[in-house]
Design a protein around this ligand. Structure first.
Ligand code: GTP
Ligand code: MG
Length: 211
């Protein structure tokens, strides 16, 4: 079963085998969200136009579903971020008669940053801070991917942590049991999507927090 093996390989390598998750891909325009989505979907590298309209795609086999929402990072598109992730909250608050909120809730946010584009770190930090302080995303694990480290002079992990104001806020790599501490899992992983480097470790890290 070639197709099965292939899907299993991808999901297993991401630690997402047998998980039912809704994962949002967010970040400024040009950060690499669409590239990552397509890399996960079919491991092909395609050059993408900037995303104008939010799109969602799903990887699924049998009962396993892996949803990724790719929301364009441009000013206008940024305003609709909230509609996507707040949806679960509204449905939960609305009525238990509405479709199970489980299907709507966000299990993790993958926040992409172009590690080479240092001039936009402040802008990226502002958007990230807004997301982190949003009630609808309270306790949702955040995987921050510093992308494009294949480019010489891209920021180092420490530099990125510093500029995003995360130096003392990350919760630790590897297997960290946060238990009932109410601490939001948050970590920074550097990656190069085009070289297929780094993001797998990030997904494996975040997958431990996705039940
Ligand atoms: N050097 C390098 N370039 C990358 C990498 N990942 C993505 N890119 C490039 O960055 C550009 C933007 O990538 P997209 O995936 O379109 O970015 P996006 O986050 O979807 O952007 P919007 O749709 O505008 O929000 C493209 O030219 C990609 O080829 C990487 O790992 N290294
Ligand atoms: Mg895009």
């Amino acid at each position: 079963m070639f197709i099965f093996d292939w899907f299993y390989g991808i999901l297993a390598s991401l630690g997402l085998w047998q998980k039912d998750a809704k994962i949002l891909f967010l970040g400024l325009d040009n950060a690499g969200k669409t590239t990552l989505l397509h890399m996960l979907k079919d491991e092909r590298l395609v050059q993408h136009q900037p995303t104008q309209h939010p799109t969602s795609e799903e990887l699924s086999i049998g009962k396993i579903k892996f949803k990724a929402f790719d929301l364009g990072g441009h000013q206008i598109a940024r305003r609709v971020w909230k509609d996507y992730y707040a949806k679960g909250l509204r449905i939960r608050m609305g009525s238990s008669l509405i479709a199970p909120s489980f299907l709507e809730k966000v299990d993790a946010v993958v926040y992409l940053v172009d590690a080479y584009d240092k001039e936009r770190f402040a802008e990226s930090k502002r958007e990230l801070d807004a997301l982190l302080s949003d009630e609808a995303l309270a306790n949702v694990p955040f995987l921050i991917l510093g992308n494009k480290i294949d480019i010489p002079y891209a920021a180092s992990e420490d530099e990125l942590r510093y500029h995003l104001g995360l130096t003392n806020f990350t919760t630790g790599k590897g297997k960290v049991n946060l238990g009932d501490s109410n601490v939001r899992p948050l970590e920074v992983f550097m990656c190069s999507i085009v070289r297929k480097m780094g993001y797998g470790d990030g997904f494996k890290w975040v997958s431990q927090y996705i039940k």
